[in-house]
Design a protein around this ligand. Structure first.
Ligand code: NAD
Length: 245
């Protein structure tokens, strides 16, 4: 579904991002895994060694326009184009408002929102030159409902939906589609480490009766990045088992 396309996946070193990297490679794409540290990128590349020359690693500061532009240029130089940007890197927080520091609030805004802006701008510049592309952002089910603590996290995800919808309108003329994937509770390391009773309690509130697998979320990224979604832009695709419906 993605043969000949080149994708950058931020936070592609583990969790949902790593599952997306694997699915993209399985579907014929070239992939640049972007991680926060060279060591984690190296580890991810070792785990993807079977894909050989179709995968590379980068580790720019995602909030630095200069570093991101240089990294994305290196991806284009290596593979010939940059067709898909997946803004997946993110951090969450459950801190109550009364204890939330300005530093923590700024950090979550930086990674979950400012980095999406910086990376989207750098990628869009390259995509416009080459006649189009696709940007896919990591939203969350909390972008619709909020959450009872850790207000910074849902605030960033509401903003990501806003950026997605606005940029889809602004960039359509350049052939660039912009969408988001909104996962529900997904079995990354964090969820896998929870006690069984807690997972059972969470599952009871999900009509499909279980958390999602990272691979199930990754399939949505494959669809939105592929030509099968050529008329889909400005959408936030929920992959959450109808949680909170
Ligand atoms: P994870 O913690 O397993 O992975 C997050 C990734 O982001 C890691 O690769 C990490 O290195 C990267 N990252 C964090 N800070 C970074 C920084 N400063 N610079 C570069 N990379 C950085 O998380 P996940 O569960 O796989 O989540 C991926 C995305 O999906 C996030 O945006 C998250 O908000 C969203 N999401 C996850 C769930 C879930 O249940 N797992 C649900 C809804 C939305």
């Amino acid at each position: 579904m993605l043969k000949g396309k080149t994708a950058v996946i931020t936070g592609g070193t583990r969790g949902i991002g790593f599952a997306v990297a694997k699915k993209y490679l399985d579907n014929g794409a070239n992939v640049a895994v972007a991680g926060s540290r060279p060591e984690t990128v190296e580890k991810a590349l070792a785990a993807l060694a079977e894909y050989g020359e179709r995968v590379m690693g980068i580790s720019p500061d995602l909030c630095s326009p200069e570093e991101v532009a240089a990294s994305f240029a290196s991806v284009k130089a290596r593979f010939g184009s940059l067709d898909i940007l997946i803004n997946n890197a993110g951090v969450s927080s459950r801190t109550p408002l009364y204890d939330y520091t300005l530093e923590e609030f700024s950090r979550i805004i930086d990674i979950n929102l400012k980095a999406v802006f910086v990376c989207s701008q750098a990628a869009a510049r390259l995509m416009r030159e080459q006649g189009g592309g696709s940007i896919i952002n990591a939203s969350s089910m909390v972008s619709e409902y909020g959450q009872p603590s850790g207000c910074g996290y849902p605030a960033t995800k509401f903003a990501v939906d806003g950026l997605t919808k606005s940029l889809s309108r602004e960039l359509a003329k350049d052939g660039i589609r912009v969408n988001a994937v909104a996962p529900g509770v997904t079995k990354t390391d964090m969820v896998a480490a929870l006690p069984k009773e807690m997972v059972d309690r969470i599952s009871a509130g999900i009509p499909l009766g279980r958390p999602g697998e990272p691979e199930e979320v990754a399939d949505a990224y494959v669809y939105l990045g592929s030509d099968m979604a050529s008329y889909v832009t400005g959408t936030v695709l929920r992959v959450d088992g109808a949680a909170m419906n």
